[in-house]
Design a protein around this ligand. Structure first.
Ligand SMILES: Cc1ncc(COP(=O)(O)O)c(C=O)c1O
Length: 448
């Protein structure tokens, strides 16, 4: 498949017969999850950039990129080369916090990038934050788990945690306790106690979400004020937030809001954790979305595009005692680590931060134009290539996603009634144009 000439081609409306057969085969044994049954990607069929082939031979344009995990789209030659180089070694996953893996005689000239090289690289990419340690793991949720463990460990007397409305941090028990985007994530599961949630302010002009009181005092400032608040600052173990909320609806916060959170965290010595699992790795046009807001976190998480989970932060916040963080496969995912390392190299070499900014503006302008023409699009928002449109109703959102897929455009919902756009970071103008055209037709159909 040639990316420059590839075209969307739907000959059998998805899901076709083969797609349905694969879905039925998979779902016969799979635990219920969040499956998108209409899109069944054939891993053995041609795919390049945002184009892939489904089980019925349809060529589709994927603007969900496996929720940003395929940050360079399908079959990027550099990533295929890296994976092929690594595949000569088994085990490719080893007990990396117990046994350190070398790659040749000299770490300064490795034959393969190791977890240590990824750690060094991540510290380089977060240099302005003055981080000193990295802990690699298997998923975004694990990255979050280890970040909050650092918070609790650093402040053993503290019993509260602070999260924000609309937040999503993963599905393990610790991480899900911090979620405030949908009830389904937490319902009937035991949770970390004493997690308080505050409004996540996205107000463009005057604050109307309840974050700011009439006299300008923020809810966090009020909460932490000994005379009028409900907790003492030294009782708070950490504050965690997404610099741009992902699952909760691609909500871009107001800059002054994040700066106020950071100011109070700094004033009271409360570790501030930026969860960049979805928004990081260049997605918004900067390495980390937090950079748009002039805020320095104490701890940070990354995942998805990185192919492994990563908890980074100030060295003094990591527990010194052995065995306090994860084990076995932590730090030991050799293949994914190498592919994540190479992803960073490609983003640097191909200038993809700039591309994400430029193409993000192009995408958002196109979405705004569509919103102007379809009254059932009630909002458009985004930062770089993390963009969304909000529909007037949840059912309409479903109808648009289905109509888009029927035309060959793969999209994914977020929030209650929004659709997220996460094209590859190297997306081309031609591909954005194709996506907007297909979306236009889907919005038209869903208007009827
Ligand atoms: C902001 C954020 N944090 C954490 C996670 C959890 O990551 P994972 O699904 O890799 O466990 C996600 C996943 O969507 C996420 O968007």
């Amino acid at each position: 498949m040639n990316r420059a000439t590839a075209a969307v081609r739907v000959t059998v409306p998805p899901p076709g017969q083969r797609a349905r057969r694969w879905a039925a085969y998979h779902l016969a044994t799979a635990a219920p999850a969040t499956y998108v049954e209409g899109f069944i990607w054939d891993r053995t069929a041609p795919a390049i950039g945002p184009f892939c082939t489904d089980a019925d031979g349809n060529v589709l344009l994927d603007f969900a990129s496996h929720i940003g995990t395929a940050a360079l789209g399908y079959n990027h030659p550099a990533l295929l080369e890296e994976a092929a180089r690594c595949a000569v070694v088994d085990p490719d996953r080893y007990a990396g916090t117990d046994f350190i893996g070398a790659a040749g005689p000299d770490p300064d000239a490795p034959t393969l990038p190791t977890p240590a090289h990824l750690q060094h690289k991540l510290l380089e990419l977060t240099a302005p934050f003055k981080f000193g340690r990295v802990f690699l793991s298997n998923s975004g949720a694990e990255a979050v788990e280890n970040a909050i463990k650092c918070g609790y460990a650093a402040r053993p007397a503290a019993r509260y945690a602070i999260t924000f409305e609309g937040a999503f941090h993963g599905r393990t028990l610790g991480a899900l306790s911090l979620n405030r985007s949908k009830a389904v994530h937490r319902a009937f599961f035991p949770q970390i106690p004493q997690v308080l949630s505050l409004p996540f302010c996205t107000c463009a002009a005057a604050c109307r979400c309840g974050w700011e009181e009439a006299d300008g005092t923020s809810r966090l400032a009020r909460l932490l004020t000994p005379e009028s608040g409900i907790v003492r600052p030294d009782e708070v173990a950490f504050i965690i937030f997404e610099p741009v909320q992902g699952e909760g609806g691609f909500r871009v916060p107001r800059k002054a809001f994040l700066q106020e959170v950071a100011r109070l965290a700094r004033q009271h010595g409360i570790p501030l954790i930026a969860d960049e699992v979805q928004s990081g790795m260049g997605r918004t046009g900067r390495w980390w979305a937090i950079e748009h807001f002039g805020v320095t976190p104490d701890l940070m998480t990354a995942g998805k595009a990185l192919r492994v989970g990563a908890t980074l932060g100030r060295a003094d916040l990591f527990p010194a005692e052995a065995g306090r963080l994860g084990g076995t496969w932590a730090e030991g995912n050799a293949l994914s680590t190498a592919v994540g390392y190479r992803t960073i190299a490609v983003i640097e070499r191909e200038g993809l931060l700039q591309n994400a900014s430029r193409m993000g503006e192009r995408l958002l302008a196109g979405l705004r134009d569509l919103a102007g023409r379809y009254p059932h699009v009630v909002d458009t928002r985004g930062l770089g290539l993390m963009a969304a449109v909000e529909l007037d109703a949840r059912e309409r959102r479903g109808a648009v996603v289905r109509a888009a897929l029927a035309r060959g455009l793969v999209l994914l919902g977020c929030g209650v009634k929004a659709i997220r756009f996460l094209p590859p970071l190297d997306v081309a103008e031609r591909e954005i144009g194709m996506a907007l055209e297909l979306l236009d037709a889907a919005l038209k159909e869903a208007a009827a």
